[in-house]
Design a protein. Sequence first.
Length: 178
Amino acid sequence: MSLELTRDEILEKLLNAYAGFFDIEKADPQEAPLAARCHFHVRSAKYVLLKKAELWSANSNEHVYIFSVPKLTEEIYRACEKTAYDQGMALIEPKSGHMYTYITAVFICETCTPEAKKLLKSCRLYKSFHFSLHGWMDFHTVLIARDEEKFLTNRSGKSNAKLMKNIFMKKKKEKRSV
């Protein structure tokens, strides 16, 4: 499966896929290896006759941090994970109505060391707010390595692997049918 796209092309394709639903903010070059932030917010509520008579409401969020490096090492992974976690946690307002927030770190690289892969796959960051009465946070990781056969994720990020397959494998299927 190895991708024939460059890291910049992978980033652009990923941002185009997220653009339909997420607010996208490209990072400053000084923030490297952070390439972009994507934010998604949705509020659901149930009313009785009027909006003033609200029965319940739930806010759900996802904050995606996309990092681009030539080679993902253990040190770079730890620094990027901390950046995504710290910036994502700063955006969470755990209060009545907050249901969940996903913080997702996406790594785009040429190659990845075995130590970094192990850290990425074993990442388990989870936090409940006020015994989950004010929601929870779950941390997802995704690795898009050009030399890999599949998209690696942590246990929480399995749905992201499916999303990446849909984004990047669709083009190959279209080429074959032409």
